[in-house]
Design a protein around this ligand. Structure first.
Ligand SMILES: [Zn+2]
Length: 239
């Protein structure tokens, strides 16, 4: 009953639903992007969702991180997220990983995932995640938001990562300005890419960066190429 409306989609069907139930996805970050990603993956019936975060909920999170409520301020985000998601779908496994992901532990933390979804706002973490995913040959869904602007892109060993296109050198404002609704738009797209990758349907955003400008109400698709001098891709050539 729960999945009736998606099982009748020809590209999903009962086999696709079973595949989702047998899938393991790791989501890094349970905040502005993580809230829509986790909510839609849980409600779609992804069988095992691993969540990595070590932050606690603060009041300034609440304009965008809708898994967390006013009463959760001070609580571990993982705990807060798990409580809501378990109420939404009690039939899935929710794994809490209360650790900061860094280059040193990234492979260990991400191994065994069918897809990884990156929902952080920190460049060093993004780079560590991309390195590990390329090394482990796990498709990665990357998303980012600033103000009313955001992007989403899929990354693997054969397609451009953020370092390939120089994004790792980008200057980031701290704190990052974010409209909650923009994180909702981009996070929802990340969940959609994740489901496509799990089911091997549609055309994933490998080599294509989908950019959203909420102020002008427009989308751009930018073709991006893997760079031969990329350190993230390059490091793995030599290992
Ligand atoms: Zn690269």
């Amino acid at each position: 009953m729960r999945y009736d409306r998606q099982i009748i989609i020809p590209q999903i069907g009962p086999d696709g639903q079973k595949k989702l139930e047998q899938s393991t996805v790791t989501v890094i970050g349970t905040g502005g992007l993580g809230s829509p990603v986790l909510t839609y993956l849980a409600s779609a019936g992804v069988g095992t969702i691993r969540m990595i975060d070590c932050d606690v909920v603060s009041e300034s999170n609440l304009n965008r991180q809708f898994l967390h409520l006013t009463e959760d301020i001070g609580k571990l985000k993982l705990q807060s997220a798990k409580e809501k998601l378990a109420r939404l779908n009690p039939h899935i496994h929710l794994v809490m990983i209360d650790t900061k992901l860094e280059l040193e532990n990234s492979e260990e933390l991400l191994a065994g995932s069918d897809v990884v979804v990156d929902c952080v706002d920190h460049l060093a973490t993004r780079t560590a995640v991309a390195c590990a995913c390329i090394k482990l040959n796990i498709p990665l869904v990357e998303g980012g938001v600033e103000g009313f602007y955001g992007y989403v892109i899929d990354i693997n060993k054969d397609s451009a990562c953020l370092s390939c296109i120089g994004y790792d050198e980008a200057k980031q404002k701290t704190p990052v300005p974010i409209m909650g609704v923009t994180a909702g738009v981009i996070g929802s797209l990340q969940a959609n890419e994740c489901i496509k990758l799990l089911l091997k349907i549609g055309e994933p955003l490998f080599g294509r960066m989908l950019c959203y400008d909420g102020l002008s109400g427009s989308w751009d698709e930018i073709a991006v190429k893997k760079s031969e001098s990329c350190s993230v891709h390059g490091e793995n050539h030599h290992k």
